[in-house]
Design a protein around this ligand. Structure first.
Ligand SMILES: Cc1ncc(COP(=O)(O)O)c(C=O)c1O
Length: 438
């Protein structure tokens, strides 16, 4: 037992397992790490074992753990004013709203605060429907937009199935998943059918019925699918042609993860709304937000915004967000992601060259995924992920390994040496994966 706890590791795990439910799991299969403290890119369990956090927990602790300036800002706000309801005005709320509109592209100039990524998307759907008077919404198949009923309806991947029938009115389109092109092309023969078919879907669904298209800035949990450079600009043109609102879900790809404030900034595109959460407070306090364009904000000057939450614009969360945004700037974290991005990309290519189990590597900034296959020709997904997970945990590397993907998404404050430390462990894990290849 360490000085940070009053119960043993086994007791903590037992209490958690006996009295609480864990997400996305059959409960009998969960084997949680009893976490007790953290600092920077590391956290420790109840037996004092240290883990290098290569997942930024759930790709949200972008500034690293326990940043003293953020902890102090939360403590000071808690001592002053923990909570007032959202019809009241507070200083941290106003200042955070102002700051977000300053870092946002173009005319995105007002913010609706909520609690996380899923309800940011829920509220963006509502706003899109109220603003356009239309009700259908498009989203992509290889996407995740959250687990509440509206957000899971937007979600294109397998996590939606258990919640169906979910919110009606969502139509899914295909992705710029170049490694496994839905249309059968290769990078050499590609003619961007992943873009042009979206226009066809809008036409077939009836343009005057389609309110919005939701796209992750860069697709996250489905494998860091970085689109071709003309993807976002051409999607913007299509949406403009049909009066469809373009919503960038930057919940995972925002706040420096890709080296810019928002992923869409790489392509100079201004969406009509940006939804965000995770990195906005780096997970220190729950917060989500919807940034809306000036015309949408103006619409709600006279029209009622039919929506609200008891904890919308929570003062503690807004104070945390303000402090976190200051840390990104003062500690040069976006610059660090820009500097280490190419280092990471190079090391991933080396891993691919050495390990036959690596089918593809994709990255932008400190947002990277390794896609594992049994065979590079058939691209059949590797199934030994659980074995790799166990090895990484044993070696003290905390990583995110859904299905046949290994993510490299460390806090943006990571040093090159720490990055190498984690990649060396992944290198050894891939030797296990190689055994499944033919
Ligand atoms: C792109 C994206 N949108 C939305 C969400 C949902 O966010 P939350 O879990 O805060 O509801 C996630 C979560 O991983 C996400 O990656």
């Amino acid at each position: 037992m360490t000085q940070w706890q009053t119960r043993t590791a086994e007791e903590i795990v037992r209490l958690n397992r006996d009295y609480t439910l864990f997400p996305w799991s059959a409960q009998s299969a969960v084997d949680p790490i009893p976490a007790v403290r953290a600092q920077g890119v590391y956290f420790w369990d109840a037996e004092g074992k240290r883990y290098l956090d290569f997942a930024s927990q759930l790709v949200n602790v972008n500034i690293g753990h326990q940043h003293p300036r953020v902890v102090r800002a939360i403590q000071e706000q808690a001592a002053r004013l923990c909570y007032v309801q959202p019809a009241l005005a507070t200083e941290p709320r106003g200042l955070l709203g102002q700051k977000l509109t300053e870092i946002a592209p173009g005319n995105l100039n007002k913010v609706f605060f909520c609690l996380g990524g899923a309800d940011a998307n829920e509220n963006a759907v509502k706003i899109a429907r109220l603003y356009t008077g239309r009700w259908k919404v498009l989203a992509r198949y290889h996407s995740y937009h959250g687990a509440t009923y509206g957000a899971i309806a937007l979600t294109g991947d397998y996590r939606r199935w258990a919640a169906e029938p979910a919110m009606p009115g969502v139509v899914h389109v295909f992705d710029p998943y170049c490694y496994r092109c839905h249309f059968g092309w290769t990078r050499d023969t590609c003619h961007r059918e992943c873009i042009s078919h979206i226009e066809e879907v809008i036409r077939l669904e009836g343009p005057d019925r389609v309110a919005a298209l939701f796209l992750e800035g860069v697709t996250g949990t489905n494998g860091v699918l970085v689109p071709p450079d003309d993807y976002w600009p051409r999607i913007r043109e299509i949406c403009d042609r049909y009066g469809v609102l373009l919503v960038s879900d930057e919940v995972m790809s925002g706040f420096g993860r890709t080296g810019k404030w928002f992923a869409v900034d790489h392509w100079g595109v201004v969406p009509d709304m940006i939804t965000m959460a995770k990195g906005i407070t780096s997970g220190y306090v729950p917060l989500g937000a919807v940034l809306v364009s000036e015309p949408i904000a103006r619409h709600f000057e006279e029209q009622t915004l039919w929506g609200g939450l008891t904890y919308s614009s929570h003062p503690l969360a807004c104070a945390a967000g303000l402090a976190v945004l200051q840390v990104y700037e003062e500690d040069g974290l976006l610059e660090n992601a820009v500097r280490l991005g190419p280092v990471l990309a190079r090391r991933l290519e080396e891993l691919k060259a050495r390990h036959p189990s690596v089918g593809d590597v994709r990255s932008i900034g400190l947002f990277a995924a390794i896609e594992l296959v049994q065979d590079r020709v058939t691209k059949k997904p590797l199934t030994s992920g659980p074995l790799l997970s166990r090895f990484l945990r044993q070696e003290g590397l905390f990583a995110f390994l859904p299905r046949n993907l290994v993510f490299v998404v460390p806090p943006l404050c990571i040093t090159e040496e720490q990055l190498e430390e984690g990649l060396a462990i992944i290198d050894r894990a891939l030797a296990i994966a190689d055994q499944e290849t033919r």
